[in-house]
Design a protein. Structure first.
Length: 145
């Protein structure tokens, strides 16, 4: 049975978050995460692939977040929020298979699950301008989220 997209996104989030502390080797994390999250090896390998894709674009993603965050310097953003933002910005800008509104809604859901109630507002305040500038600019229409 295929892994639901929400659970897959949570696994990717957890791997990205742990990578922020110390890069994990696939050989170390796959068996542990499989056991803890009750997922298949294939799902874990796909999650690691997604993490690698995000990490490849990380410098561009971080610049986008830093340019958009006017209230907090990039270094002051909590690791949970920063990780959620990185994943969501990747989905917004580099994954055409995920509709932008889904990427934003999922980021807010991750905030509610792994962050604080305030983090959902902060993450939305960062993602909304990125969505409007980078996603709607090309289609020449404004969509409110």
């Amino acid at each position: 049975m295929a892994l639901p997209p929400q659970k897959f996104r949570e696994i990717v989030f957890q791997l990205l978050y742990s990578h922020d502390f110390s890069p994990l080797e696939q050989d170390d994390s796959v068996p542990f995460m499989m056991q803890e999250l009750k997922v298949t090896k294939r799902s874990m390998l796909q999650a690691h692939e997604r993490v690698a894709q995000v990490l490849e674009k990380l410098p561009l993603i971080d610049v986008k977040i830093e340019q958009t965050s006017t209230e907090y310097s990039f270094d002051r953003i909590s690791r949970v929020e920063k990780t959620i933002l990185r994943l969501a910005v990747f989905e917004l800008l580099y994954d055409p298979s995920i509709p932008p509104k889904v990427a934003i809604a999922e980021a807010i859901r991750l905030c509610r699950k792994f962050g604080t109630p305030e983090s959902a507002h902060f993450v939305n305040a960062i993602l909304d301008p990125i969505f409007k500038k980078d996603c709607c600019e090309h289609s020449n229409k404004s969509v409110s989220v």
